[in-house]
Design a protein. Structure first.
Length: 454
């Protein structure tokens, strides 16, 4: 299941970033925090209670210096509408309604997607009396909030999450499918997204993948902008390939479009089980590539780095391949487990190996570990290395009582402990490595969640 997307839109200086940070700051699960991960404040993996979603900060709705405000509002609001499941329209009670607010509301009013209107900077009773003015936008009841002072945020998020479904744990009795000694989760099709910068060979790779297998079922226009879903059969199993437009380099297009170029890939990555990050063999792991890898890591999607156009360097021998792998490992150091495949889409080389890797990774992401095996592993891990003492918590150390797997795709493990704040990220990494070594999770992201007994 894809993670729902909540987009924050509005004019500059209405407090969108403050609201973004406030929502992300209320995250109630510790999810694989690894130092050095490439991040951008534009996108975040967020939790509110039992609700899990991707939060987008879409920046200010401001006119182009040489353009029309309506064109800019339409461009940016359309991007939010395209992929978002719920939209938060943020306004400013101090400045009151502006033409930008009216134009944004006009765009959102025609969509069937739910919109929650937030009137920000309501930090006293006098300002709260100004919020009814925004009823004229036709977006329903305005929610008076102060993102800076954490006023009204709970009420606002109650309305937002009312349109979402809470995350449900996996029933490991009903969903097990025996495959020898390894239980897996039942799934019918693999969603595979192809993303990357322009001119790295994504279209050629798509054509090569479609040409490899014999049974193309249908071509259906995708639900995200600039995307096409194609259903094929590979090794007797259904695969849905999601193709996307290229992510342009900074400076290649105008600032307004460039700032949101990554958002165009968010929907495709989010709907995918595994993302194929296509890079050019002559230019490995640029900043844009690292950002997409960070996004896949952040929302726990499978990732395969595809080094395309390798036929241009194949004559350089094994040393060139080793150097390319070392370069990628260094730049994507927060994902040391990510598989790397070498292809030449035009020559049709490496495609079978790539698809086999994708299916192997998919099987690994659907693997379920029985609770009793996890408890034995936890006991061994605690005996071999006790959690460190946390000085800022008066010398306490975390006490972990139970470990169980509560989800797949990605494999999600719930640790029940006395206080999640006592879990140091180094010990979290130690536990993750123990799970990987014990149960053979070699290429997939693992999601570790720590919750208190209560």
């Amino acid at each position: 299941m894809s993670i729902p997307i909540v987009a924050i839109i509005g004019r500059p200086n209405v407090g969108k970033s403050s609201l973004f940070n406030r929502i992300v700051g209320r995250r109630q699960a510790i999810v694989s925090d690894v130092a050095g991960t490439t991040r951008d404040r534009l996108i975040a993996d967020a939790w509110w209670g039992d609700y899990h979603f991707i939060l987008l900060d879409t920046g200010g709705l401001e006119p182009h210096p040489d353009g029309d405000i309506r064109q800019k509002v339409q461009e940016q609001a359309a991007m939010a509408i395209a992929d978002a499941d719920v939209i938060i329209l943020v306004t400013d009670v101090v400045e009151g309604m502006t033409p930008s607010d009216t134009d944004a509301a006009a765009m959102l009013r025609v969509t069937k997607k739910p919109v929650v209107l937030a009137v920000n900077k309501v930090d006293n009773d006098t300002r709260e009396f100004g919020s009814p003015e925004f009823y004229s936008l036709g977006m329903g009841d305005p929610e008076p909030i102060s993102a800076f002072h954490n006023y009204g945020i709970q009420t606002l998020m109650d309305r937002v999450t009312s349109y979402l479904q809470p995350e449900v744990a996996v029933d490991d009795e009903e969903l097990l499918e025996e495959d020898g000694a390894t239980p897996t989760f039942r799934r019918d099709s693999l969603n595979l997204a192809i993303v990357g910068r322009t001119n790295v060979g994504k279209s050629s790779l798509l054509n090569a993948i479609l040409g490899q297998e014999r049974s193309i079922v249908s071509d259906v226009a995708g639900t995200t902008r600039d995307a096409l879903d194609t259903q094929i059969t590979y090794n007797g199993r259904e695969v849905v390939v999601i193709d996307t437009a290229g992510i342009r380099r900074p400076g290649a297009v105008s600032q307004g479009i460039e700032k949101f170029s990554v958002i165009r890939a968010v929907g495709a990555v989010n709907r995918s089980d595994i993302t194929l990050l296509v890079t050019d063999a002559s230019e490995l792991a640029t900043a844009q590539d690292s950002h997409i890898a960070g996004l896949a890591w952040d929302i726990c999607k499978g990732l395969i780095v595809v080094i395309n156009k390798w036929d241009l360097f194949a004559d350089d021998g094994a040393g060139a391949r080793y150097h390319a792998i070392a370069t990628l490992r260094e730049r994507l150091h927060f994902m040391p487990y990510v598989p790397i495949c070498f292809t030449s889409a035009l020559e049709g080389e490496g495609i079978k190996s790539l698809m086999d890797t994708a299916q192997d990774l998919w099987t690994e992401r659907l693997r379920l570990i029985r609770s009793r095996d996890l408890q034995f592993m936890l006991a061994d891990a605690l005996a071999a290395h006790q959690p460190p003492v946390v000085r800022k918590h008066r010398g306490q150390r975390v006490q972990i009582n139970r470990l169980q797997q509560v989800g797949v795709n990605p494999p999600t493990f719930l640790f029940t402990c006395n206080n999640p704040e006592l879990v140091h990220y180094t010990y979290q990494r130690y536990l993750e490595n123990k799970i990987r070594d014990t149960f053979g999770f070699d290429r997939t992201h693992l999601r570790l969640v720590f919750k208190g007994k209560q």
